[in-house]
Design a protein around this ligand. Sequence first.
Ligand code: 6CS
Ligand code: FE
Length: 299
Amino acid sequence: MTTTIQAVDDLYPTRQNTSDVIPRRDPVVHGTPEDGPFDAETLRSFEEKGYLSIDQLITPEELQLFKDELKRLAEDPAVKQDERTVVESKSDEVRSIFDIHRSNEIFSRIANDPRVVDRARQILGSEVYIHQSRINYKPGFVGKDFTWHSDFETWHAEDGMPTPRAVSISISLTDNYSFNGPLMIMPGSHQHYISAVGETPEDNHKQSLVMQGAGVPDPTILTEFADRFGIDVLEGPAGGAVMFDSNCMHASNGNVTPFSRSNVFIVYNSVENTPVEPFAAPSPRPDFLGSRDFTPAGR
Ligand code: 6CS
Ligand code: FE
């Protein structure tokens, strides 16, 4: 019996020997105003900027429940030992906990909630499944930065995601001020794909989740992007959310203030964009980083 391996063209080559800027070959918004809660103007703005903000996505009661759960998880020694937990390089404080949509009932509920999934389906124009989820703590005083990157570049190179038909939502669990390391996005950068130089090391995720190395864009190109697109700093109160396209150039600074900057981060991928073999890595990342369970979310 012969097995046919579905060959998927690599439209977004990366981690080879040159750093190039490739125009996006795919639409950003796949759905229509009739497909969900976003109106035509919101969808147009998302297509143009690559992100949108949602005021008060969750209730004050849900916010308190999530914050209590965040504290409980960070203090659980078993959680700290788990391979899905990443700790800060120097302080040993919890930096991120991955796969919380599967390991935790409270976060599984919000990850499959219509307030979130309906929006992801509308942007992606199809049923969606969860490619990845994480809690980012960014604790006060010691929360480290996330350097400039495109999530899609990593998900394409290391998880085998064919096209950028994926969207992330970051639900703020603490207030995001200009000074405590909020998300920064270059508006419009998602329409251009920056390929990176340098091969992906074996087991790259073991260091990339603390400090990304492979796939980091070239500083000269980053400077050109910053000059061309500018940098939006996404401040906002706890309970709000930001949705952004998988190929937005984004980053966040470290947090030297006493005020932690914690969020829940969930990545929705179109069921028509399921991963194949990695496009630029020796082997696929573990399932808790790039899920191979394509069960539609919210069903
Ligand atoms: O490697 C990843 O999948 C993760 N890294 C970053 C910095 N953002 C996206 C994602 O959570
Ligand atoms: Fe990211």
